[in-house]
Structures are given as C-alpha cells and as structure tokens.
Design a protein around this ligand. Structure first.
Ligand SMILES: NC(=O)NC1=NC(=O)NC1=O
Length: 170
C-alpha cells in the first residue's frame, strides 16, 4: 500500500487498517488520522510515537498494559491479536521447553509485580533465546528508566507493523 492510498482513507478505513499497530490501542490510530496527509512511513510513525510521548504517565502505563504477556499464554481477556500471535509464534515462544517456560513465567510475574505492566520486547528484532536474559537484566532497572525502555519496544513493534502494512522494508 502506498502513502497516497493511506492519505485517501476515511476515518473508519484508517482505524481498521492501523488500529493495532500499537497493540490493542485503536485510539492512537483514531487520533493520528487527523494528522493526514502523511509524507511517508517515517512521517506516519512520527505521529504514532508523538501521541505516546504526549500521554501522561497513566496513559503510557496503560499502553504497556494493553500488551500480552510473552511466552504465548492465552490471555485471561481473550486470545492474542493476529499480529501478536504471528510475532510470538515466529519467535518460537510457544515452543519453550517446560523449564524455560517456567523460568520465563516466573520472571514475567516478578517484572509485572515490580513495574505494574507486562514485559514488552520487540520479538522480531531480538534473539528469542536471549529474551529471558534480557528480562532478567531489565528487571533490575529503575522504574522510570524501564518505562522508557518498554515504550521504546512498543515503538519498534509499531514500526515493524507499519512497515508490513505499507509493504516497506522494516
Ligand atoms: N509483551 C510483548 O512483548 N508482546 C509482544 N512483543 C512482540 O513483538 N509482539 C508481542 O505481542
């Protein structure tokens, strides 16, 4: 899809297409629509990122809380979105061994207890086998720093999903 097509979308079509580039946060696409016309992928994603950066702390934490836990567990509030399903299964997290899955589950529980939101990692840009080590490292970070790191991962996921939708190299 080219950027002219994006700029020609009405509100409903735009939110249908871009509503999940930030996991389960269609409001962000709804807000970004009013920033059209976009000059390209970079301009489009700049508006998604700016919306996140402009949120109050509660809103930024809310964006993170909309992300599914890793390790491919079914969510208490329903199934994974198609994008998350693809990203998590491609990362092989659904195939973790029993011991790995237990360690990962324990770490994600400690992480959520400490920070109040799930561990977010752009799986397509990271070595899945290193995910538990990355989780353990970030678990020790100060909350304000970890919030910034986690939002950075949300932006990486957003970039990849936008690149997919526009048919561009991520
Ligand atoms: N908690 C997460 O990191 N979730 C995810 N990372 C991805 O790359 N896709 C997800 O669903």
């Amino acid at each position: 899809m080219d950027i002219e097509k994006v700029n020609s979308m009405d509100f409903g079509e735009f939110v249908d297409v871009f509503g999940n580039v930030i996991e389960r946060c269609p409001l962000i696409a709804a807000a970004v629509w009013s920033k059209r016309p976009f000059s390209g992928l970079g301009d489009l994603e700049k508006h998604f990122f700016a919306f996140i950066d402009g949120l109050p702390l509660s809103g930024q934490e809310g964006v993170l809380r909309c992300h599914p836990e890793l390790a491919g567990r079914q969510l208490p509030w329903g199934r994974l979105t198609a994008e998350s399903q693809r990203e998590q299964s491609a990362a092989g997290l659904q195939n973790l061994g029993a011991a790995e899955r237990l360690r990962f589950t324990e770490l994600t529980a400690q992480y959520r207890t400490r920070f109040g939101f799930p561990f977010v990692l752009a799986l397509r840009l990271s070595d899945p086998a290193a995910a538990p080590r990355e989780l353990a490292r970030r678990l020790r970070c100060p909350p304000a720093q970890e919030l910034r790191t986690a939002l950075g991962e949300v932006k990486k996921i957003c970039h990849l999903r936008l690149a997919d939708l526009l048919g561009e190299q991520p």
